[in-house]
Design a protein around this ligand. Structure first.
Ligand code: SF4
Length: 65
């Protein structure tokens, strides 16, 4: 992992909530937000999210996005 916040879009815990105001969700931390959940984790805890797990749905060429 690099120095930036993890890319939730490639994480197994990420999901789309279908709530127009809070469309991005994290099942691990039970967060719904209009931004990336990992940004909320960083702002709330002062640390990068420790829960990132690469989704098996991510194709190899997308793994470093
Ligand atoms: S576990 Fe971390 S990286 Fe994964 S979706 Fe949640 S906040 Fe994002």
């Amino acid at each position: 992992m690099g120095r930036g916040a993890p890319n939730c879009l490639t994480c197994v815990h990420f999901h789309v909530t279908w709530d127009p105001k809070f469309p991005r969700g994290c099942r691990l931390f039970e967060i719904k937000t209009p931004r990336l959940p990992s940004q909320v984790v960083l702002e709330t805890t002062g640390r990068h999210c420790p829960g990132f797990e690469l989704s098996p749905r991510v194709k190899p060429k997308e793994r470093h996005a």
